[in-house]
Design a protein around this ligand. Structure first.
Ligand code: TNX
Length: 489
């Protein structure tokens, strides 16, 4: 049985099958470089397990056994939608935009037997897909995940592996939380001590690290080839101990504190009334904006418990202008809803519905990240050794799936919701294995909430599809949490 996750908007299958063969080709009708890239990506994903050559060819029509990719006018599909049609002879992936074609390729991967994800040749298997028609478009434009590299640093290799897994689930935003009290994780050439000193350690005194500007560029490029926009976050004015420890002039009292390796929040603040602070913000935003082709810059703005409300407003409004001056749209955590927002601002909801509603009333679009549903560091249950449970509850797989952004934030109308983002905070998460265990399978549910029509999804069908999806994750070596709520086969 075909089981695609996120579930497509429309899909009809027949009893027939298409079979990939040793002489199959990936065919494109034109010579577009972007289509070639998607075709090559698909071939590269199908080659290891099948052992087939799967050459990419330009020819006017496919032959029996081929997979055809084409970009064509298709009303209603937008940039990200696609159609997939499988007959016993050929499979056709059609989209109006390259992103749509890429998502069609991701869907096709999921239509083969799970062994397709094996890195080693699997002889003797028939590489069949069930015939049928799919027409699929995303529900929300913003389907994201945040990774906190501030509390613990993760090397580019881990971030790239995560990017591949995000793309597999049709997620299109990677939000990197690049600075926090415990670490500053990106080189700023005009303030190098931020990374060199502020990035030297992590929570629990664990080893730190930072991305060079080349590392960051490389991550951004890798993501962008997979139709994922990187959103950089520098959290301000709180969550800044690593910066304050690196440059004494950023402190109200002019004294640099020690580096911090605990897990308290809300104790640090940039000096809101010193001009040097705005020179610092300008330099940081300028350098990161220049490295980031995406339209957004996230300024954090959360949990500023040691900043007065008046100072907070003053700071955010000045920083908002700096972000605009460097050509980016500002995103802030919901607390920025207390300030005067310029048109175009995006606000990320995590806890307080009332301030989120104030942002929506000002015209801001809302990204839904309610902590009790989308925070991937919240424990699954009382035996989960990793993670936290400050939300007052556990977040099992079912809890993370069975809710909907459109009626989860009172006072925020459906039209204001831009999408959904899951967040992995990493105070307790250090290794790649830790990360995968907390992220999967809850991220799969967030991906489906972000992509699939609300009417098309329910827990019973989801848990069955997830059981079969788990086989694919296992073939990819993902160390996911095997919840008792799912009958993993
Ligand atoms: C709240 S959510 C935070 C983070 C913590 C997280 C732990 C938000 C904007 N701030 O600083 O890491 O809880 O779950």
């Amino acid at each position: 049985m075909t089981s695609i996750l996120p579930i497509p908007a429309l899909a009809q299958f027949t009893a027939q099958t298409f079979t990939l063969r040793p002489d199959s080709k990936i065919v494109m009708t034109g010579d577009s470089a972007e289509v070639f890239w998607v075709a090559s990506f698909l071939a590269a994903r199908l080659r290891p397990a099948t052992g087939f050559e799967l050459p990419v060819r330009m020819q006017s029509r496919p032959e029996s056994g081929d997979v055809l990719l084409e970009v064509a006018e298709a009303p209603g599909l937008g940039e990200e939608g696609y159609e997939l049609s499988a007959t016993p002879e050929t499979v056709t992936l059609r989209a109006a935009g390259n992103a749509g074609l890429f998502y069609a390729a991701q869907t096709l991967r999921q239509m083969f037997p799970p062994e397709i994800e094996s890195g080693l040749e699997q002889p003797g298997l028939a590489w069949t897909v069930q015939c049928g028609q799919i027409r699929d478009v995303p529900r929300y434009a913003w389907r994201g995940m945040m990774l906190d590299v501030g509390r613990h640093f993760f090397p580019p290799s881990t971030v790239k592996r995560l990017i591949d897994l995000l793309a597999y689930h049709k997620i299109n935003v990677l939000h990197l939380h690049l600075s926090d009290d415990q670490g500053w994780r990106i080189m700023i050439e005009s303030w190098p001590w931020l990374a060199l000193h502020g990035g030297s350690t992590a929570t629990n005194g664990d080893p730190g690290g930072f991305y060079t500007q080349d590392d960051y560029r490389d991550i951004v490029a890798y993501a962008s080839q997979r139709y994922i926009t990187v959103v950089p976050e520098i959290d301000m004015p709180g969550h800044t101990n690593a910066a304050l420890a690196s440059y004494e002039e950023l402190n109200e009292n002019g004294v640099a504190p020690n580096l911090y390796t605990g897990i308290r929040v809300g104790f640090s603040s940039l000096a809101v009334h010193k001009e040097i602070t705005y020179q610092f913000v300008d330099d940081v935003v300028r350098e990161i904006a220049a490295l980031t082709p995406g339209s957004y810059f996230h300024i954090g703005g959360d949990e500023t418990l040691s900043t007065t409300e008046e100072d907070y407003k003053y700071f955010i409004e000045r920083v908002q202008a700096i972000v605009a001056r460097h050509g980016k749209r500002m995103i802030g955590w919901e607390e920025v809803g207390k300030t005067r927002l310029e048109p175009g601002a995006l606000v990320q909801h995590w806890w307080n519905k009332e301030v989120t509603a104030r942002a929506a009333t000002q015209g801001a679009k809302i990204i839904a990240s309610p902590a009790g549903r989308t925070y991937l560091d919240i424990k699954y249950h009382d035996h989960t050794t990793l993670g936290q449970n400050w939300t007052g509850a556990f977040t099992e797989v079912r809890d993370s799936y069975e809710w909907d952004p459109s009626d989860s934030i009172e006072g925020v109308p459906d039209e204001s919701i831009l999408g959904i983002e899951a967040a992995l905070w990493t105070e307790t998460i250090f290794t790649e294995g830790n990360l995968e265990f907390m992220v999967f399978p809850r991220l799969c549910g967030c991906a489906e909430i972000g992509w699939s029509p609300r009417e098309g999804r329910d827990w019973e069908s989801y848990r069955q599809r997830l059981a079969s999806h788990g086989k694919r994750l296992a073939k990819m070596g993902v160390q996911f949490y095997r919840s008792e709520q799912v009958d993993w086969d």
